[in-house]
Design a protein around this ligand. Structure first.
Ligand code: SF4
Length: 351
């Protein structure tokens, strides 16, 4: 179809608009005739009226024609109309119930349909592979937090101890690093640091709590009556004092032989850990409740701990009573001996 020409009625409408303006002007002049102005005749006004009416009629016809073409284009073709079926009458929908506030939002028309429900029953919840071990209740007042930090290294099995000279060198270096230690207030009342004593190649290490007066004066752990009893205990194990190593949890004497405070245990614990790492003994024996609880980081009573094997970084630990306690309670020599016999067996010595 060719490009449509501008409708002729548009030009006629323009002429009609001019004629309407001219007519109004002539009427206006006629109203002013009394003042001597020229007047339009009746024929002139009738001619203007005809032109205006004709232009308006052409305009209305053109508009009617455009509406007729547009309606024909919007209607479907006869074939399409014949293929279309009348839609069945739609029953009136019941009034919609108000949605509850918590109702889910309606799905969008383009959203995928939800999958049909599976005929399979829902799988049973899988049990946990490893049940979490119950954690002991934390004791905020426990002084053994730092020892727990030291024990956190999970060494599954004890590694082979380095040669004796290497262990001696490590101990010497550690003592140099300790120097004139002033990391806790125990330095203010001590006479000297009691680092430890014995063979760097010892397979057995005894650990006490803290130096007493005699140890503080001599600079050696386990002297005096407690030391003498320890020597007898070691002798009963077919060992000499020179064959073992002896040290304490803290290296300086608490004033009045009081128990070390938590911050003092915390300050000195790294040195004990380094000391034990350097020695790499086969067995550790803790003497007394304080040393046992500090090393193993537990508040359990010694009566429940002693006689049983525990471990510190893979090294077997046997807790037993302190010689000073045995001196006050001679009846406890028997259980101590029972504990030491287990140590002998661990070391491969005949019991
Ligand atoms: S007890 Fe240990 S940390 Fe405290 S001053 Fe003595 S060596 Fe240093």
């Amino acid at each position: 179809m060719g490009q449509s020409q501008p409708p002729a009625s548009d030009a006629k409408l323009a002429v009609a608009r001019i004629a309407r303006e001219l007519r109004r002007h002539l009427i206006f002049q006629a109203q002013l005739a009394a003042d001597g102005a020229p007047r339009a005749t009746a024929d002139q006004l009738a001619e203007l009226d005809r032109r205006i009416a004709r232009a308006e009629l052409d305009r209305d016809r053109a508009a009617f024609t455009r509406l007729g073409r547009q309606g024909a284009a919007d209607r479907p073709a006869p074939s399409a109309r014949s293929a279309a079926r009348p839609a069945p009458p739609t029953p009136a929908a019941p009034p919609a119930a108000p949605l509850p506030v918590s109702a889910a939002p309606r799905p969008v028309a383009d959203a995928p349909l939800p999958a049909p429900p599976s005929p399979q029953p829902p799988p049973a919840p899988r049990p946990a592979l490893v049940a979490p071990a119950p954690r002991p209740p934390a004791d905020p007042t426990s002084p053994y937090k730092i020892v727990d930090l030291l024990n956190r290294t999970n060494r599954p099995a004890r590694v082979e101890a380095p040669p004796a000279d290497a262990r001696a060198a490590a101990l010497h270096q550690l003592r140099e690093e300790l120097g004139d230690c002033r990391r806790c207030r125990l330095c203010e009342t001590r006479t000297q640091i009691v680092f430890g004593h014995g063979s760097p190649a010892a397979e057995l290490v005894f650990i006490g709590e803290a130096p007493g007066r005699g140890e503080d004066e001599r600079g050696e752990p386990f002297v005096g009556r407690s030391g003498e009893l320890l020597n007898r205990m070691v002798g009963a194990m077919k060992l000499r004092r020179e064959d073992i190593y002896v040290c304490n949890i803290v290296k300086c004497r608490p004033p009045g032989n009081r128990d070390p405070n938590p911050d003092e245990l915390e300050a000195c614990a790294p040195f004990l850990a380094s000391q034990l790492e350097a020695l790499s003994p086969r067995v550790i024996v803790t003497l007394g409740a304080d040393a046992t609880q500090a090393l193993l980081r537990t508040d359990a009573p010694l009566a429940r701990l002693r006689g049983q094997w525990h471990h510190w970084r893979g090294i077997p630990v046997m807790p037993t009573y302190h010689p000073a306690f045995v001196l006050r309670n001679p009846a406890e020599k028997r259980p101590v001996w029972d504990d030491l016999k287990k140590v002998m067996a661990e070391l491969g010595k005949p019991v």
